[in-house]
Design a protein around this ligand. Structure first.
Ligand code: FMN
Length: 179
């Protein structure tokens, strides 16, 4: 697949209607190849946790018990959605404590995730990066064993590619200015 095609065709898949599985080898290959992302000082400030298909239900129950405590409907909705996925990646930033390096690490992390989403798209795996408010919940962070120098930067839902992608063209008319 051409790079340009992958960039323009990749879209966040938000409909998880089909129960599906994904090829674990293809997934792990993309996770490793995405690490060619630029990162200052070669700190490689990323790691992921793979929640495989057979662990999604268990994870959902533990997560929503914390995030949606006393909200059984939300717990059930989350369970229904995520157990239809082919898996999930927990996205974790290893953040340098210094201001500049920390900023660089955040920026490099975005490059890493874009690489990953493009590589997965090429492998026929659809993705959606999810950043629900509960990523800031200390108990949720503990569930995924997030360390002091780390930040939970969301979840990458893994699914199939929708038949028809919702293509929203970007507004590129005014993004270039001459100095
Ligand atoms: C850092 C980041 C966080 C996101 N968080 C969410 C989210 O919490 N829920 C969601 O449905 N989509 C989320 N998205 C997906 C965006 O909504 C999506 O990228 C945007 O609508 C553009 O669509 P596209 O990815 O199909 O081009 C996130 C994307 C990024 C880059």
């Amino acid at each position: 697949m051409e790079l340009q095609e992958a960039i323009s065709q990749r879209r966040s898949v938000k409909i998880f209607k089909r129960d599906m599985t994904i090829d674990e080898d293809a997934l792990y290959d993309a996770i490793k190849k995405a690490a060619d992302a630029p990162n200052h000082g070669h700190r490689e400030p990323w790691r992921v946790i793979h929640v495989a298909k057979d662990r999604l239900g268990n994870m959902s129950k533990q997560l929503t018990q914390i995030a949606f405590h006393d909200k059984p409907k939300k717990q059930e909705d989350h369970y229904q959605v995520v157990t239809n996925l082919g898996g999930m990646l927990v996205l974790i930033l290893k953040e340098d404590p210094h201001q500049l390096e920390g900023l660089e690490d955040h920026l490099a992390f975005g490059a890493y995730v874009q690489n990953l989403m493009l590589l997965l798209h090429e492998a026929g795996i659809g993705t959606c990066w999810k950043t629900p408010p509960y990523i800031f919940d200390k108990e949720v962070q503990a569930l995924f064993n997030i360390q002091e120098n780390e930040r939970l930067l969301g979840f990458l839902y893994l699914t199939d590619l929708e038949d028809k992608m919702n293509y929203r063209p970007r507004h590129t008319e005014n993004i270039i200015e001459k100095f």
